[in-house]
Design a binder for this molecule. Structure first.
Ligand code: NDP
Length: 277
């Protein structure tokens, strides 16, 4: 039976460390969240970001822009925040309206205020292993892996999902730890090879958003399983891995909810502190 990797325990420890750092600095930090239009799922994240920021004595400033805000106007707004000495960190809430290109816009957030690590300069630093700000969900998954104390060097690590904010940064960070990394995606599934890769994984990280995609019986005995997926199924939140069966085979596994989620927002606060102090 696997041990549980509970994000909220590590999150509480990290928050304590961050609070002490902020208090010792005597500085007043401000995190500015920019939301274009309204979206109920973004509201959930914003609420959690505000709560965590305020617990750490960080001012949380929500800037709500009209859904028709043009891309040049949004760029102008972000550049204003870049110049504002009182703003230490900037978050651009997703989803953005369809007329705004997120990849282009993220390049306008000053790298030193880019607390989500989405500016290409910060992404690029990940390749060199010198990244100061790391995309929050990927950082949370690594924090959980590190908490097991298991040495990653030489381990077969398999990541399912290759998004810019999760799968790709994780692949780079695991390479830095000298794990042997395979990254699976829709092409792997279409080729009927997902099961084969998952069965080989000593470390398995899944970030897709499809409940039950990873069958519990595929889990290699003793594997560490980090399930990042969030899916609502019949009023319950579940991950991408069949938890009950996987728990029987893994050595460590994240619950969903309660695994990666609670740590992600704390990584955002850590990035803010690392950018500002
Ligand atoms: P994306 O939609 O950006 O990426 C999903 C990835 O899964 C893509 O790389 C996609 O490949 C791949 N994929 C889709 N279908 C399959 C399949 N059948 N087999 C293998 N790979 C597949 O999502 P995110 O990375 O943003 O998020 C992934 C999940 O993690 C979601 O459930 C999200 O809610 C959750 N999440 C959780 C967070 C937390 O704090 N716990 C934070 C952020 C996300 P392709 O692009 O080639 O189609």
């Amino acid at each position: 039976m696997a041990k549980l990797l509970e994000g909220k325990i590590i999150a509480a420890q990290l928050k304590d460390i961050l609070l002490k750092k902020i208090q010792a600095s005597g500085k007043k930090l401000r995190l500015t969240s920019v939301q274009v239009g309204e979206n109920p799922s973004a509201d959930v994240y914003v609420k959690s970001q505000r709560k965590n920021a305020e617990l750490l004595g960080i001012e949380f400033d929500l800037q709500q822009l009209d859904k028709f805000t043009s891309e040049p106007k949004l760029v102008e707004f972000i550049q204003g925040l870049n110049r504002d000495p009182k703003t230490n960190g900037i978050i651009l809430q997703m989803p953005l309206p369809l007329h705004i290109d997120y990849k282009r816009i993220s390049g306008y957030i000053a790298p030193e205020k880019d607390v989500e690590g989405v500016n290409p300069a910060n992404m690029g630093r990940l390749v060199f292993g010198t990244g100061k700000v790391i995309p929050c969900t990927a950082a949370a998954a690594m924090e959980l892996l590190n908490s097991t104390g298991v040495k990653l060097e030489g381990k077969e690590a398999v990541i399912v999902g290759h998004s810019e904010i999760v799968g790709k940064p994780l692949a780079l960070m695991l390479l830095d730890k000298l794990a042997t990394v395979s990254v699976c995606h829709i092409g792997t599934s279409k080729a009927g090879k997902l099961e084969e890769h998952v069965r080989a994984a000593e470390v398995l990280i899944v970030a897709v958003g499809k409940a039950g995609l990873i069958k519990g019986e595929w889990i290699r005995p003793g594997a560490i399983v980090i399930d990042i997926g969030i899916n609502r199924v019949a009023d319950k939140i579940v991950g991408d891995v069949e938890f009950d069966a996987a728990e029987q085979k893994a050595s460590w596994i994240t619950p969903v909810p309660g695994g990666v989620g609670p740590l992600t927002v704390v990584m955002l606060m850590r990035n803010l502190v690392d950018c500002s102090l």
